[in-house]
Write a protein that binds this ligand. Structure first.
Ligand code: 4AD
Length: 466
């Protein structure tokens, strides 16, 4: 738009340079440019040398063609270079733009660079916290995260939501699961916030409820912290959560519509031929199998997400258990295990699926009773193929006495929740909301199995070393 200025004094990205010089393709024209980036690979021949240079800002780099007298021993994979020259249409087999180098400056040499052109396993890359985002696959994840944040921002703005900034330091444990990181004790010598302890937030929901009761529809995108001792591929101690809260709704359908719309704002563009985010993720995958797997995943989410109750889900799972047993028998009382969630979405529905109305014992204190069953609450989980739960949401209990009773029966500290309870006495309204684990969605869309590999500096139990 005319109010957004493009800053032309910055060094241009490879993407900008290529876009600006598209017209050169197939012609004899040349354009003077400077390419800044890291060397992906080097090929030194007798009469010529090729440097594949990438700035990580898009999947494709640029090939720089050097004369033998421009080649020095410090031009090695991983080194950072600034190459001035003429951008021309390549005469080679692969049509594209290439850079005929005129001057080559190495701005940063490398010692023993551990990342080579070959495929590296994520487990190995995880041992290189300062370098692992330089691989094509990993940098494409960073770019896709950025794309999703912009998509969600647009999606919520389009639907009249107010983006808000609830606190990360709190005095309450929103989920009541006791998985909080304490930052101030409220004890002797540790009274930063007075007598009350303070924690890092596990979810901003309670604060969002307050804000939704002021401006109607709110959302936020924040870190959440959980001191869960879960060493799995879908749990982090610090993760990002997109949360929404909406006033004036008393049932799950519009909430699930909203959640589905938000997920699709990130996934649906990947189904469009020519879409930049789609091409970017595909270009970063080398093998046809890897590309196929991504297309399959995106295709699975390209439908109306089915909705069924927890009771129905248990029935379906039990029938399956008779045919082909799970490691754990599906049990109404115990709840869905990860293997059950994954099977329902991946094998049975072959799509994301909403499971609603869980038994109240399995869910937090703030959820409202289902209108048709006193034993269950009006809530949903969105289960995604290969991942399991990605979103949790519910209608909230808006009656003061019932909410107070819930707090008391779950044994929570009522005094820490007075401020929240108060809301039910001051123009209370039916309302509801949800929270989505951002890394789980990214893991689904990128096919990267462990969410430790889709977040820049993952923290999990025993791991917080940089
Ligand atoms: O289901 P959860 O615990 O729900 C809440 O926190 C609600 N208060 C949100 C709300 O209604 N505003 O967490 C929401 C989502 C989960 O579905 C999951 O995707 C993700 O957050 N999540 C985690 N992601 C990574 N690592 C962890 N340890 C996670 N715990 C939850």
């Amino acid at each position: 738009s005319s109010t957004v200025r493009s800053i032309t004094t910055l060094p241009q990205t490879i993407n900008q340079i290529k876009t600006e010089n598209k017209h050169i393709l197939g012609t004899q024209d040349a354009s003077p440019v400077t390419i800044n980036g890291w060397i992906k690979s080097v090929q030194k021949l007798k009469n010529v040398a090729f440097l594949n240079i990438s700035d990580g800002n898009c999947a494709q780099g640029v090939m720089a063609v050097l004369q033998p007298d421009q080649v020095t021993s410090d031009l090695t994979t991983g080194a950072c270079v600034s190459v001035k020259g003429n951008l021309v249409s390549s005469q080679g087999k692969k049509q594209g733009l290439e850079l005929q180098a005129e001057s080559v400056k190495v701005t940063g040499t490398v010692d023993e660079y551990p990342i080579q052109k070959k495929f590296h396993k994520q487990e190995f890359l995880r041992t290189l916290p300062a370098l692992r985002w330089r691989t094509s696959v990993n940098s494409s994840t960073l770019r896709y995260r950025s794309f999703c944040m912009a998509q969600m921002t647009n999606f919520f703005a389009e639907n009249d939501f107010v983006q808000t900034n609830p606190p990360l330091l709190t005095s309450s444990d929103c989920e009541g699961a006791g998985e909080v990181f304490k930052v101030a004790g409220g004890g002797k010598g540790d009274k930063f916030f007075g007598d009350k302890p303070a924690y890092l937030t596990v979810s901003t929901q309670l604060h969002l409820e307050v804000l939704a009761a002021a401006v109607g529809r709110v959302w936020t995108f924040t870190p959440a912290f959980r001191a869960e001792n879960s060493d799995t591929n879908r749990h982090l101690s610090e993760f990002w959560m997109a949360e929404a809260e909406i006033s004036f709704i008393d049932d799950l359908e519009p909430l699930m519509d909203l959640a589905e719309g938000m997920v699709k704002s990130c996934l649906a563009p990947l189904m469009e031929e020519g879409n930049k985010a789609r091409n970017d993720l595909l270009d970063a995958r080398r093998s046809a199998e890897q590309k196929e797997e991504l297309l399959d995943r995106w295709d699975m989410a390209n439908c109306d997400f089915p909705r069924l109750t927890y009771k129905q889900a248990i029935k379906i799972l039990n029938l399956q258990h008779l045919k082909e047993p799970f490691a754990h028998r599906p049990d109404y009382e115990v709840g869905l295990r990860s293997e059950h969630e994954k099977w329902l979405a991946t094998e049975y529905f072959i799509s994301p699926v909403f499971v609603t109305d869980y038994p109240k014992e399995q869910k937090p204190f703030y959820m409202k009773q289902s209108p048709h069953d006193s034993q269950t609450v009006a809530c949903f989980d969105l289960l995604m193929p290969h991942i399991g739960e990605v979103i949790g949401g519910s209608v909230r209990e808006d009656n003061y006495d019932t909410l107070l009773k819930n707090i008391e029966t779950t044994g929570m500290d009522k005094s820490a929740l007075e401020w929240y309870l108060e809301l039910r006495k001051q123009g209370s309204t039916p309302h509801g909301g949800f929270g989505m684990g951002f890394e789980r969605l990214i893991s689904y869309a990128t096919g990267i199995e462990n969410i430790r590999d889709v977040t820049a500096f993952p923290r999990w139990v025993d791991n917080c070393s940089c």
